[in-house]
Design a protein around this ligand. Structure first.
Ligand code: HEC
Ligand code: HEC
Length: 152
């Protein structure tokens, strides 16, 4: 096949996968897992915009009712890495209200079929607990084929 036909075809084929993939970059600093995955999963950086990551990382001492402060060296390394890998897609680029992925308009829209009581199930606990339903969330895979909603 001619390359000029192949490129649009491949782009088209990759689209549905791309829409649900926010892959965890392979070059995550060790400190990301160590410092940012003890209370919740390590969120793939493409879930937030650059500005939102700056906001999260500059307010770690007051982090959602807890103190998530880390040393300056880790903080500057992680901040740079998170910003470098932040979303580049217009659709996901809004500055997240309250620094929450779960308060962005795209998150709310994508989850409008999830009934309010489902978020409160013991197996879910919080909308921020992505991996309760998206079994491969830690890899940045949010494909609808890999969703298992806990029954209770
Ligand atoms: C001491 C525990 C703790 C540590 C360590 C921690 N967090 Fe959190 N984080 C929380 C809590 C609690 C929430 C709110 C969770 C909820 O609403 O269910 C949260 C929420 C978040 C959210 C928003 C989730 C949403 O609702 O969309 C982001 C983004 C986030 N954390 C990033 C980080 C990053 C980056 C680090 C590492 C620098 C980190 N967290 C380390 C406790 C922690
Ligand atoms: C209660 C279970 C549940 C939790 C928790 C949850 N989701 Fe979802 N998510 C869903 C369902 C259901 C859909 C809709 C799938 C569909 O399109 O039919 C969805 C859709 C999505 C989509 C769109 C997928 C696509 O193919 O377009 C993304 C992206 C996503 N979720 C990210 C997240 C992130 C990030 C978190 C955590 C901050 C999260 N979700 C937490 C259940 C959940």
């Amino acid at each position: 096949m001619k390359t000029y036909l192949l490129i649009p075809l491949l782009t088209f084929l990759a689209m549905p996968v791309y829409a649900a993939k926010m892959s965890m970059p392979i070059d995550a600093p060790k400190s990301y897992e160590a410092e940012c995955a003890s209370c919740h999963m390590a969120y793939p950086p493409a879930l937030l915009s650059e500005k939102s990551w700056s906001n999260v990382m500059s307010s770690l001492s007051k982090h959602f009712g807890t103190d998530a402060s880390i040393d300056e060296k880790d903080k500057s390394e992680l901040t740079a890495w998170l910003k470098k890998n932040a979303t580049t897609r217009q659709k996901y680029s809004e500055t997240a209200p309250e620094n929450r992925i779960t308060k962005t308009s795209w998150f709310i829209r994508k989850h409008d079929e999830v009934r309010p009581d489902v978020w409160k199930r013991a197996g879910v606990k919080s909308p921020a607990n992505c991996s309760a339903c998206h079994v491969d969330a830690a890899k940045g895979d949010f494909n609808e084929d890999r969703i298992r909603i806990p029954a209770k």
